[in-house]
Design a protein around this ligand. Structure first.
Ligand SMILES: Cc1cc2nc3c(=O)[nH]c(=O)nc-3n(C[C@H](O)[C@H](O)[C@H](O)COP(=O)(O)OP(=O)(O)OC[C@H]3O[C@@H](n4cnc5c(N)ncnc54)[C@H](O)[C@@H]3O)c2cc1C
Length: 417
């Protein structure tokens, strides 16, 4: 094969399309351990809610692979990579050779090594099969404990409450979403959670999951036991870097790549959640497990694999959505790391807004991040200010007033450019 792509999701599909834009002839194989055509992983929470299933969340038509004259190997797990022989070994015993390889293996739900984590009824939430299994159990179970108050924990809680389960979230910190937003930001979301019947225990972790073959309950740090028949683990993700482990490919938490998405091994590229992208605001490589980032990185990798020189300038985080019906937007970095935050008042009872600005240097102050919860108007403008490295000093005072308008800001920025 001229091109081999391991991973059939945001990054892999985007790379496949980019390669075909440039090279109409070269043979391409795309390998995925999941037995399904590419689907929108971000929508598996809808599957969990029972609102839809695979066919509703496919990201491309079923004849896509054929149309792009690519060979798709579904339900095949790549188990080893030999960069010298330029060959991949599959679990089925087959070998696939490559000239250019893309590692787009994404990430898996992080499962902490606590006693009982292997019991039936303990689930991560990363694949459509996870959603289907949890949904199946939800029909016969009564009480779910959710470990973690991050996005996956909140999405799962919302879905399981819809199925009329009793839901208890066990959260180590003192507020939900604590790894991405500061305390005080999430009051509106927490109020909505309790109004819908979610029970939240702050300041505790699950230290053991007990039962027989199946889950019967959990034990917390403080020794308290909570009976339950299902546990959802929402403790973040771990990049699927195993294939790169025995090569010369440089790794931090994820695979390190250059601005062409190329690794240290000639001919091997990586993109998506498995990599550490360049964070423009922090000026360092970091994990950014977000769909648009995976798509962009996949495209850059694909173009370079096919011989066009394309550069990735890095990403500015932009995460938007709704938790328990409350809209949120997180832009750039969202927790003040050097004490430089100022609050924007937003109209609306549930509105929370905070921008993070850099220290003033020669009258220049730059926006580093923003958290908007309840009222997310302007997130795109703030993203553009960060991406463009715009000096916000001239309109910072204006920004923190309640009458502030983003359209006026667009005018001021234009003048500055
Ligand atoms: C519940 C949930 C909600 C989310 N919500 C959002 C959101 O609102 N906004 C947002 O931007 N992002 C969201 N994300 C994150 C987003 O889904 C990921 O950033 C994106 O899917 C990453 O794409 P990827 O192509 O890097 O990898 P993945 O989507 O993880 O896909 C990895 C691919 O690699 C394959 N694979 C892995 N290992 C092997 C192997 N050894 N052999 C063969 N195949 C292999 C898998 O089968 C799969 O095809 C959410 C994720 C989840 C789970």
């Amino acid at each position: 094969m001229r091109y081999v792509i391991i991973g059939n999701s945001a990054a892999g599909i985007s790379a496949l399309e980019a390669i075909r834009e440039i090279d109409q002839e070269g043979e391409i194989a795309i390998i995925s351990e999941e037995p399904y055509p590419a689907y929108g992983r971000v929508f598996i929470t809808k599957v969990l809610r029972g609102d839809c299933d695979l066919d509703d969340i496919l990201t491309r038509p079923r004849n896509f692979y054929e149309r792009l004259r690519s060979k798709i190997l579904l339900g095949e797990t790549a188990t080893a990579l030999d960069p010298v022989k330029k060959r991949i070994t599959l679990l089925s015993g087959r070998f696939v050779s490559y000239k250019r390889l893309l590692l787009a293996t994404g990430a898996s739900a992080y499962m902490p090594s606590i006693p009982g984590i292997e019991r039936v009824g303990v689930h991560g939430l990363r694949t459509i099969d996870d959603s289907r299994e949890i949904l199946h159990r939800a029909k016969k179970n009564r009480h779910a404990v959710i470990m973690g108050g991050g996005p996956v924990g909140l999405y799962s809680a919302e879905a399981l409450l819809k199925h009329e389960l009793k839901v208890t979230l066990v959260i180590r910190s003192d507020h939900v979403l604590s790894t991405i937003v500061p305390k005080g930001a999430t009051t509106g979301i927490e109020d909505e959670m309790s109004a819908r019947g979610a029970r939240v225990i702050f300041g505790q972790s699950v230290v053991e999951i007990h039962g027989g073959k199946e889950v019967l309950g959990v034990t917390l740090d403080n020794g308290r036991s909570i009976p339950c028949d299902m546990v959802i683990v929402g403790k973040g993700v771990a990049p699927n870097t195993e294939l790169a482990r025995y090569s010369k490919i440089k790794m931090g938490v994820g695979i390190r790549v250059d601005s062409h998405q190329q690794t240290d091994e000639p001919g091997i590229y990586a993109a998506g959640d498995v990599t550490e992208g360049y964070d423009v605001v922090r000026k360092e490589p970091r994990l950014n497990a977000m769909w648009p980032n995976a798509v962009f990185q996949g495209r850059i990798a694909g173009l370079n694999m096919a011989g066009r020189s394309a550069t990735n300038p890095g990403y500015v985080n932009l995460n938007t959505g709704r938790f328990f019906g409350v809209p949120f937007a997180i832009v750039g970095f969202s927790t003040p790391e050097r004490n430089q935050s100022r609050e924007i008042r937003l109209n609306g009872a549930r509105g929370y807004g905070r921008v993070i600005v850099s220290e003033k240097l020669d009258s220049v102050q730059r926006l580093l991040g923003a958290v908007l919860i309840g009222e997310t108007r302007g997130a795109g403008v703030l993203h553009a200010l960060i991406r463009g490295g715009i000096n916000v000093t001239p309109f910072l005072n204006e920004m923190v007033t309640s009458s502030f308008s983003y359209s006026a800001l667009v005018g001021s920025v234009r003048k500055q450019l």
